[in-house]
Design a protein around this ligand. Structure first.
Ligand code: SF4
Length: 576
């Protein structure tokens, strides 16, 4: 579910997962104390912030070592981008906090004091030793030729790195509109370094991890909170402000329990509507005159679902529909109804086109990973890169990369070829789904280049750790089954090919024919029909016969055909 310390504590209590079924009539919290599990009244915690809730529960249970995952006002009010906060980490994308709030579960506290049984301890420890040694090696030998945050392992090292030229000059500001070339001057660098140095109290890691991806941030006069990755800049850039502001408002937002990617974009969207008179003073009574004040004002309104905040709490896609009057043109940075990274580029990248289009975790960082984002300019550099690239599942990936040029025949958008793109995306996606299934941090596996965990050593870890005979083929098949099930759930909810489209303005140069071919080929490659629905045959091959039967019963697939049942598909979408 998330990094930090909560999941290991759950394992020490003797569990791998917590599944919440149904809804509670009243606000409750779940207390897992080794074998003893109870639901407790949480009415006194209603409206409380996430960190405050965790502190309160620990005191009430007299268990200072309990780990607490909690929602805040946003989750209770089912804000579509509410998070679950855990002090040292969070589960933020896709409004998982709203699901917990809908079930009226304020928090899950856990204390585990048991042991963990390992099937073959000596083999397992040897594998751990190899991984640790590799992490040390990688940390001492950053990958040359890529930007600083991609040179090492872990979640991008935003807390340690001060140089933000790349993000501030390449990512978009405001409502994902404005590119500020030349922004990163010596003065800005000095001021932002000072902000970070004065508020960052220390770099921190998740449980037993040798990396230190996060940091504790202590803004003056405010409680300490945890931050990592690109959330360092999301509020700053959406508000066209500075890092001082970004680090301060992020404390507020973390306590309120909202996603650091979507929330700033929703607020910037609202202010753009206001500047263009689509929202007026009647919609925003009491809106402060200064920009930063407006962001704080909007944040309060959204998490409380007060006034216009009630509309904005549904995210830019649904808010635009409700506001009308041309507002939909301003919700321009969505895919599958969710706000995306504020990035606008020039030339279509076919690998990223497929990842954006077909990814179902609604965050490009949840699919991108082990294949470099761009070619190295010189062949010698590429040869150097592939030399110790042992993580590849197949040697062909080395050739794909070796032949990838910045210009000419072997450059984007037509190289990597359509089939190569399918292979690359499938590999990257597989690793992300494996990480999720295994509860592993993407920062040490699917996300960075040349990670310590990969398709070759995962089966060994599973065999030695759990005593399950595992090999690469079986593991790949398990990942495919899991990935297909996720798609099946979304298909049942109405997702179709028409939804598999990156934001229109993500790239300036688009290639409709190539894009169509990419999607057609990838669908076939995955065993999906022309509308992106897994075929009966591919479902049965994965042991998902019951899904095929349900699809036929619901009219999503026609018996004996792989095509979609148009009428039923339309009805599903309309119902949503
Ligand atoms: S690599 Fe992952 S588990 Fe380790 S500190 Fe970074 S985010 Fe946490």
């Amino acid at each position: 579910m998330m990094g930090g310390f909560w999941a290991p504590e759950l394992k020490y209590a003797g569990y791998d997962k917590v599944i919440l079924r149904g809804k509670s009539p009243d606000l409750v919290y779940l207390w897992i104390n080794d074998d003893k599990v109870e639901l407790r009244d949480a009415s006194h915690l209603q409206g409380m912030g996430a960190t405050e809730t965790a502190d309160h529960i620990r005191q009430e249970l007299n268990e200072p070592k309990a780990q607490v995952a909690a929602i805040s006002l946003a989750g209770e009010n089912r804000v579509y981008f509410a998070s679950i906060e855990q002090g040292r980490s969070s589960a933020s994308r896709l409004g998982i906090g709203a699901v917990m709030g809908d079930k009226r579960v304020k928090a899950i506290a856990v204390r585990g004091t048991g042991d963990i049984n390992v099937a073959q301890p000596a083999e397992y420890l040897e594998l751990c030793r190899e991984v640790l040694e590799y992490i040390k090696f990688r940390n001492e030998n950053p990958i040359p030729g890529v930007m600083a945050i991609l040179q090492g392992l872990g979640s991008p090292q935003e807390m340690a790195i001060h140089d933000e030229r790349w993000h501030t000059e390449n990512f978009m500001w405001g409502n994902s509109r404005v590119r500020r070339k030349g922004f990163w001057t010596d003065e800005v660098k000095a001021a932002w370094t000072q902000s970070m140095d004065s508020m960052r109290t220390r770099l921190i890691s998740c449980y037993n991890c040798p990396m230190k991806c996060g940091a504790t941030i202590s803004p003056p006069g405010k409680p300490t909170y945890m931050m990592k990755c690109f959330s360092k800049l999301t509020y700053t850039m959406a508000a066209m402000s500075d890092l001082d502001f970004g680090l301060k408002i992020a404390q507020h937002a973390t306590e309120y329990g909202v996603d650091g990617f979507s929330t700033p974009q929703v607020m910037a969207f609202a202010l753009e509507l206001y500047e263009n008179s689509i929202l007026t003073d009647n919609d925003m009574p009491g809106l402060p005159s200064d920009n930063e004040g407006r962001f704080y004002w909007l944040l309060d309104k959204i998490v409380r679902r007060e006034g216009i905040g009630d509309v904005l709490a549904n995210g830019t896609y649904w808010a635009a529909k409700e506001i009308g009057n041309g507002a939909e043109d301003y919700a321009h940075n969505n895919i599958k109804k969710h706000e995306q990274l504020p990035l606008k580029l020039s030339m279509l990248n076919p690998i990223y086109f497929l990842m954006y289009s077909t990814g179902e975790k609604i965050n490009i960082t949840q699919i991108e990973g082990q294949f470099p984002q761009a070619p190295y300019p010189k062949r010698e550099q590429r040869e150097e890169f592939v030399k110790d690239w042992f993580q590849v599942p197949d040697e062909k990936f080395k050739q794909y990369f070796l032949d990838w040029e910045l210009r000419g025949e072997n450059s984007i958008p037509y190289y990597p070829t359509v089939q190569m793109c399918c292979d690359i995306v499938d590999w990257q996606e597989k690793m992300h789904y494996l990480d999720d299934a295994l509860g592993m941090c993407a920062g040490l596996s699917s996300f960075p280049l040349k990670p310590p965990y990969h398709i070759h050593n995962y089966p060994k870890f599973i065999s030695a750790g759990a005593g399950i005979a595992m090999d690469e083929d079986k593991l790949s098949q398990a990942a495919k089954r899991y990935r297909t099930l996720v798609r099946a759930i979304n298909i049942r909810r109405g997702m179709r090919r028409k939804d598999e489209m990156p934001p229109k303005n993500h790239w300036k140069k688009r290639f409709p024919e190539l894009e169509k071919e990419l999607l057609d080929t990838y669908y076939r490659f995955k065993g999906w029909n022309s509308d992106g629905i897994p075929t009966r045959e591919s479902l049965e091959e994965l042991g998902l016969d019951y899904v095929a039967e349900e699809f036929i019963e619901r009219g999503i697939l026609k018996d004996g055909e792989d095509g979609p049942a148009e009428e039923a598909a339309t009805t599903e979408v309309a119902q949503e």
